[in-house]
Design a protein around this ligand. Structure first.
Ligand code: OOB
Length: 538
């Protein structure tokens, strides 16, 4: 199965990671079976009024796997999963893991452009959705996607399947059969989406072995146990929420995962009180909202031990407020769906927790900070972060040409982050050299939006850049050279919206220009464009 489509670790490295005990040969399907034996009725998942123990979760996963299999979904098939933070999400992913079918993780905000692309690119056979969520009818979206993607045989709906011939997931919990496929741990478990810096998102193949290792270490670093209660407020499919230590790390440790569809302080802080939550993970803008809200409310947050913030740079002034305001430990998390995750440790001194983005979680992580020529630089100097290790991919799925640029010849992933290392090995994120905007943790590939803008008849050229923002860290500004008379800002925004993309990718601001400033080699200078917009917004 491993090929140029699915690059993997060279055999020599794989052997070392196995010998060192990183990769232990357990699949996620087997992990859940073991946990059910060990923890029985102990609560695994809480979702609304539903509380489900490990044994029951395991039983329902067996039933759902049988139902998926009866539909024809089997080992190696790709299945796009786009669900809100509900308990069924956990059942769905484990049922697919158990069959060796690969979930392809979409975010709830993804729309026609993104879903069509990933469904086509992965040749997905099924698409699993909610009926209506947040006022949006996912069944309509599924119909549009099915029109464009012939391989998409099944749409499975959590809730009302509606009038089309979609399956209700409810009907797929059937008597388990003995003859289900048996995936092995060295195989791909799922495809995760990359934040992207090129036209369309890339797919990240993660194996059972490598991902299991990452959550084992994460659970240990975050001090998880059977008593832990993890609150899921960021999208469940995000790598942070899934494994750092997230849903899977919490289950691995025998704790309980509490799903919340609502991340607002009144919903989330109330759940912390009610469920005696011990750990949760947020992006910086959400941290700011909770930090402002908590002192004005009277929720009992005394159960909360660890407050994780990551996905985008958390500024140190806000970071300093976490412990006094929430009364728990701040943990900064700097990770990426491609692999490498860095944590500040729970017992680190305050200056480390507040001023750094942590250090690699595994002693087998290799991190290099290099100059433009890929040469190592002095500790403390800013440079490009490269990494390689037992849970960092060696290449994207079906992306041979891109992989040649995104990885060095000896297998280091070019993260696109500009960082500096402290003398004790902690990482401080200073910027980025990838053409991506990080809008409060939501990643936007500039080229993806520029290509959409270029589809408008009145757009001659387009360049998307970040502009600083005190709440989101960054927002987007699209500079446009019009073709003839300039369209209105409103018209361009609604044009982009009509293309069917995640709302966070719609440019926050649009500026018109006659010509773009150029670099010495004649490329559009995004650095100068950023300076222009910074002057305007000051
Ligand atoms: C996480 O994963 P992705 O794949 O959505 O985004 C990865 C990128 C990093 O390369 C970096 O540019 C940025 O997001 N990033 C941060 C950061 N955490 C991520 N930049 C500054 N400070 C941080 N703390 O975002 C992700 C995956 C696993 C755990 C946590 C975050």
């Amino acid at each position: 199965m491993m090929s140029v489509d699915i690059p993997t670790w060279p055999e020599e490295w794989a052997r070392q990671y196995r010998e060192a005990g990183c990769w232990q040969g357990e699949t996620f399907g087997d992990m859940l079976r073991r946990l059910a034996d060990e923890h029985g009725d102990h609560v695994a998942v809480v979702s609304g009024s539903i509380r489900m123990g490990y044994a029951e979760l395991n039983r329902r996963v067996d039933q759902l796997a049988a139902g998926f299999h009866q539909l024809g979904i089997t080992h190696g098939d790709r299945v796009v999963v786009q669900l809100p933070n509900i308990g069924t999400y956990v059942e769905v992913i484990f049922a697919l893991f158990r069959l060796g079918a690969w979930p392809v993780f979409a975010l709830p905000l993804h729309r026609r452009t993104e879903i069509t692309h990933i469904t086509k690119f992965a040749d997905a056979v099924a698409y699993i959705i909610a009926d209506i969520e947040g006022g949006f009818d996912y069944r309509e979206l599924a119909a549009q996607v099915q029109d464009e993607v012939p391989t998409l045989a099944h749409v499975i709906v959590v809730g009302d399947p509606g009038s089309r011939d979609y399956h209700s997931i409810h009907d797929l919990y059937i008597e388990p059969k003995a003859d289900l496929p048996k995936p092995v741990a060295s195989e791909v478990a799922f495809l995760q989406l990359s934040g992207g810096s090129t036209g369309l998102p890339k797919l990240i193949p993660r194996t059972h072995d490598d991902y299991m290792y990452s959550l084992r270490i994460s659970a240990d670093i975050c001090g998880l146990s059977k008593e832990s209660k993890y609150l899921v407020v960021l999208p469940a499919a995000h790598n942070f929420t899934m494994s750092s230590p997230g849903i899977l790390g919490t289950l691995y440790a025998g704790g309980a995962v509490v799903m919340s569809r609502d991340s607002s302080p009144d919903a989330a802080l109330a759940l912390i009180e009610q469920e005696r939550i011990t750990i949760t993970a947020v992006v910086p803008p959400l941290a700011l909202i909770w930090l402002d809200a908590a002192p004005t409310r009277s929720y009992d947050l005394s159960s909360l031990q660890v407050f994780q913030v990551g996905g985008a740079k958390f500024n140190s002034e806000a970071a300093r407020r976490v412990e006094p305001v929430l009364g728990c430990i701040l943990q900064q998390v700097f990770g990426m769906a491609e692999g490498l995750v860095n944590y500040t440790r729970l017992d680190d001194p305050e200056e480390i927790k507040v001023n750094t983005q942590g250090r690699p979680m595994s002693p087998f992580d290799e991190v290099l900070v290099v100059n433009d020529e890929d040469e190592a630089i002095e500790i403390g100097e800013e440079g490009h972060l490269l990494t390689r290790g037992p849970y960092t991919i060696r290449g994207y799925y079906r992306a041979e040409a891109h992989n040649a640029k995104a990885f060095t010849t000896d297998g280091f992933y070019r993260t696109g982050d500009i960082v500096r290392l402290t003398t004790d090995g902690y990482i401080v994120v200073e910027g980025r050299d990838k053409d991506q905007i990080n809008r409060g943790g939501d990643k936007i590939a500039a080229a993806e939006i520029e290509n959409l803008l270029l589809g408008h008849p009145s757009v001659h050229d387009a360049a998307l850049v970040s502009m600083s923002d005190s709440y989101l860290g960054e927002r987007t500004c699209a500079f446009i050279i019009p073709h003839g008379e300039a369209p209105s800002v409103q018209e361009l925004k609604s044009y982009i919206r009509q293309q069917g993309i995640a709302a966070y990718k719609i440019p926050d601001r649009i500026e018109f220009m006659d010509v773009f400033p150029l670099t010495k080699v004649g490329k559009v200078s995004k650095k100068l464009l950023r300076e222009i917009i910074e002057c305007k917004i000051k």
